[in-house]
Design a binder for this molecule. Structure first.
Ligand SMILES: [Fe+2]
Length: 352
């Protein structure tokens, strides 16, 4: 899909992303064929850009150029979008209270995506190019499912347990269907009581699914405890690490990673290297360091040979990632090497 200015919008093209109002309600759904009255509505309501379908098989890069997509990427993208659509449908149906979750049906959509993650050691390269413009609200669930599966593989889990991680990742925030949606889209800082309401999503998700005999106990526990922290500072129960299920601890790491690296409507996501700093700090406070270390060192190794931009504007290439300083790799710029693990005046601000 591509973003287009309202002035360039033509009658008859299809929206490839829902349009929400300030309260988080859909005002025009994905797939709607644009009519003249829609353009008038956008202009009257200050909507300046919308997303429409673009040429298939092309990837829009951050610098505005397009490159051809590999068949592997196209397949991943197709499976990703299928799971995303299914999850969105599920989310709205649960919100409207007219739907009983069928786990086998959901699993049948998720498995091709997880199988690609399990079987392809180089999948992260394609994953990083996925640039779906759908709301973070929905992409986060699919991303946590994918990153969780990948981390499960790196931790040596068997296939069945990886599927459990994937399902938990997809459903971990399903309790958010049960809280006022405007809180999820609020731009201003939440009040204490609003924060308490949002935090209740873990318990509400558990309550929503606990009587469904198809949902494995591991998935239920993962949903309930994905915000617990090993120092007891998490919620809903303030469990310490040894009492928090392993699967919840896996989800906690990838949940934080995707939350801070994804673009939101109110802020841009941070680069993966900056995210390593945050995860490292969080690991002192409560993420399981044995799990977060495995995640970060595997992710970091994918960035070797990657172009990065430094805070002084120079562009270089990642040459080596030191496992004791994952966030500060060795960079090559022309014939000069810069070791960020010793030179703290420089920082990576963008990863290409
Ligand atoms: Fe959550």
């Amino acid at each position: 899909m591509k973003e287009i200015a309202i002035e360039e919008l033509k009658i008859g093209v299809c929206l490839s992303k829902d349009i929400f109002n300030d309260l988080g309600n859909i005002i025009l759904a994905q797939g709607t064929e644009i009519q003249f009255r829609h353009i008038e509505y956008f202009q009257n309501h200050g909507i300046t850009h919308v997303y429409i379908a673009d040429e298939r098989g092309m990837i829009n890069k951050t610098d505005g150029t397009q490159i051809s997509a590999s068949p592997k990427y196209q397949e991943l993208n197709t499976n990703y979008e299928k799971v995303l659509d299914k999850f969105k449908q599920l989310y709205y149906n649960i919100q409207n209270k007219d739907y009983e979750l069928s786990l086998p049906e959901l699993e049948s959509h998720v498995k091709p995506l997880v199988d690609a993650v399990i079987s392809d050691n180089d999948i992260l390269g394609s994953m990083r190019m996925l640039n779906n413009q759908e709301s973070y609200h929905f992409t986060h669930a699919v991303n946590v499912s994918m990153f969780g599966s990948m981390l499960g593989k790196w931790l040596g889990l068997n296939v069945n347990n990886i599927y459990l991680v994937a399902m938990t990742g997809l459903l971990h925030d399903i309790g958010k269907t049960q809280i006022p949606q405007e809180l999820l889209f609020k731009k201003e800082e939440l009040t204490f009581s609003e924060m308490e309401t949002v935090r209740n999503h873990a318990k509400l998700g558990y309550d929503l699914l606990k009587d469904n005999p198809e949902i494995p106990r591991e998935v239920l526990a993962g949903i309930l405890f994905h915000h617990e922290r090993s120092d007891g500072s998490g919620y809903p129960s303030g469990l310490r690490e040894e009492l928090t299920p392993y699967l919840s601890r896996i989800i906690a790491v990838v949940d934080v990673f995707d939350a801070i690296t994804s673009d939101r409507f109110y802020k841009k996501g941070i680069s993966s290297f900056k995210a390593f700093n945050v995860i490292k700090d969080e690991s002192f406070k409560g993420l399981d360091p044995k799990i977060s270390d495995v995640f970060m060192s595997n992710i970091a190794s994918y960035f070797i040979n990657n172009k990065v931009k430094l805070n002084d504007g120079r562009i270089g290439e990642v040459i080596y990632v030191n496992k004791y300083a994952l966030n500060r790799p060795l960079i090559k710029i022309d014939d000069t090497f810069i070791d960020l693990s010793t030179d703290y005046s420089l920082d990576i601000v963008e990863v290409y």
